[in-house]
Design a protein around this ligand. Structure first.
Ligand code: FPP
Length: 254
């Protein structure tokens, strides 16, 4: 008899003590998923959004406190106008439709990226979602929207340079902690694990500073198919890594 197992709780072969505290995802392969089924690309994005929601619930169930998802990059504006417009409508609709459930589930929602370039109505939904979930604690969802790491770091440099120019800051005071204070992600822990789906092995201008010591996991699974079993595999990989942060292996340190 084939033994079936439930993934409602943390699978027994994973240790609850060494789970990532923060997972970042690049949700790639929506278009290919749709195309392989004869659907328009936008159907892949719609399904991808359902996958993200299911993954968030799984993080909550399994005790992973933070998930950051790359929803729209600064480069994504170059996609066909119709697709960009669809994505913007989808983001807005999801924020409207899912907010009550997110509040009930204790999800704290944050955004990173240049939000000022988004439509006013989307910015309004974003503000509403962020404000009404600010004190939730069950799981923290960060959405990278109109996000690009190089733009983020350029903005940090500009702000720090301005402070130096105005005499508010000494050059010697510019250090890693100060740079971190100016990042969109200020105050949040760096990701422990990055997952990119669909066989691509790039970080695509995503959290370049924050990924300095992150474990990278690439899978051929297309994003809409990335389910609990797929996360389980990624976590097995993660727990098999010896995270050294530049030090010597723990087995040699005695
Ligand atoms: C990349 O796949 C996917 C995107 C650019 C959009 C991702 C957005 C969602 C899944 C919706 C999530 C919603 C919220 C509110 C966060 P692709 O189109 O590049 O796929 P392809 O490589 O197969 O063409």
């Amino acid at each position: 008899m084939i033994e079936t197992y439930s993934l409602a709780q943390l699978p027994a072969d994973l240790s609850p003590h060494t789970l990532p505290k923060h997972i970042a995802v690049i949700m790639d392969g929506n278009g290919r998923w749709a195309k392989s089924r004869g659907f328009p690309r936008i159907a892949g994005h719609r399904q991808g959004a359902k996958t993200l929601k299911a993954l968030l619930r799984c993080c909550k169930d399994w005790g992973i406190p933070a998930l950051t998802a790359y929803a729209f990059s600064t480069e994504n504006w170059q996609r066909p106008l119709q697709e960009v417009e669809f994505l913007m409508r989808l983001f807005e609709r999801l924020l409207q439709r899912e907010l009550d459930e997110m509040i009930r589930e204790g999800v704290k929602i944050s955004f990173v990226g240049n939000l000022s370039a988004l439509s006013e109505s989307l910015q309004h939904q974003i503000e509403r979602a962020v404000n009404t979930t600010a004190h939730n604690q069950a799981v923290h969802l960060t959405i990278a929207m109109n996000y690009g790491s190089r733009a983020e770091l350029t903005q940090v440099c500009r702000r720090i340079a301005e402070q130096v120019q105005q005499g508010q800051l000494q050059v010697q005071a510019v250090n890693e902690a100060l740079i971190e204070e100016h990042l969109y992600t200020a105050g949040s822990p760096d990701p422990d694990l990055l997952i990119r789906t669909s066989g691509e092995q790039r970080v695509s201008n995503y959290l370049l500073w924050q990924l300095a010591y992150t474990e990278l996991y690439f899978t051929d699974t297309l994003w809409p198919d990335f389910d609990r079993a797929a996360l389980h595999q990624a976590l097995i990989y993660f727990q098999g890594r010896d995270r050294r942060f530049g030090k010597i292996p723990s087995s040699l340190s005695a």
